[in-house]
Design a protein around this ligand. Sequence first.
Ligand SMILES: Cc1cc2nc3c(=O)[nH]c(=O)nc-3n(C[C@H](O)[C@H](O)[C@H](O)COP(=O)(O)OP(=O)(O)OC[C@H]3O[C@@H](n4cnc5c(N)ncnc54)[C@H](O)[C@@H]3O)c2cc1C
Length: 299
Amino acid sequence: MAHCIIPEAEKILDKKFKVLDKGFVRLVDYLGSDARIVEAARVSYGKGTKTVSDDARLINRLMRDDHTSPFEQVIFTFHVKLPIFVARQWIRHRTAHVNEISGRYSVMGSEFYVPRKSDIAFQNPDNKQGRSKESVEPWLQNDVQESLRTGQEESYKRYEGLLDRNIARELSRIALPLSLYTEWYWQIDLHNLFRFLRLRLDPHAQLEIRAYAKVMMDLCKKVCPIAFAAFEEHVLYAQRFSKSELATLKNLLNGKTAGLEGKALDRFEAKLGIAGEKTGRKELRKKLAAESLLLRKEN
Ligand SMILES: Cc1cc2nc3c(=O)[nH]c(=O)nc-3n(C[C@H](O)[C@H](O)[C@H](O)COP(=O)(O)OP(=O)(O)OC[C@H]3O[C@@H](n4cnc5c(N)ncnc54)[C@H](O)[C@@H]3O)c2cc1C
């Protein structure tokens, strides 16, 4: 099979897609597509029919059954401009190949991330790693932005002052804050990109890295639309239930009380997408009980 050239992907190749206030994602290159996944999988399954719907069925089955290695045959290279604190989270995904701008070699630019007013939030009282939904008064939003900008300008001046005195770049840069923008080339295969996206599109991930994940997902969908549909079906919008949660689901289907309580029940309801709905539990129980009765009658 020749190189996979996907017309929809060619249109977005090499273009910068803006993320946050000064960042971007650019898809530098791709290797493979849905067709490559199918081709690789057929090595293990033997030759089969090759209609589009058969290919989609095969990719769907691979995703459903965790037959992941054919997805590793598709590779993406991105050029990303991102704040250092986002890069700190991102770099934890160890299966990528990375090449980053060197603050030892180059003089760093004076570009810093300042969150939008609407993204400025209080500490979440329940989730230590999250933001509260409580709104922040406009005067405080302005104050936060102003305070960040002043600190960033002061840090950059200090950095320049050190460089002016011929202090080594590798030392001078330590005056710079985490909001400074950096750039890297980031290469990853589709299987591991899916892992990255599952974790970083999740509402529990930090808003700023989620913004990058969302753009990357939209770009890569152009290259492998069928694989992404399978990812959405079996991973991204699917749920993993614990043993106790499954028991609760069975209880509810049989019209019994849930079994789980407190935060465990809250988490279970969040997975079902009914968290925070006061009538959710009762309604769900009724609905599930009615459905299971109907099923029993039909059988
Ligand atoms: C919401 C959220 C909060 C987080 N909070 C924190 C935090 O507070 N502190 C913190 O330190 N981290 C934190 N992390 C980072 C997290 O613990 C993971 O390191 C990160 O998400 C990368 O996941 P990964 O290991 O699956 O990815 P990758 O490194 O891309 O690895 C993918 C998979 O490859 C395999 N693999 C990779 N390398 C190895 C290896 N050397 N040996 C064996 N198998 C390997 C594993 O199966 C792994 O799951 C957080 C992540 C998220 C999403």
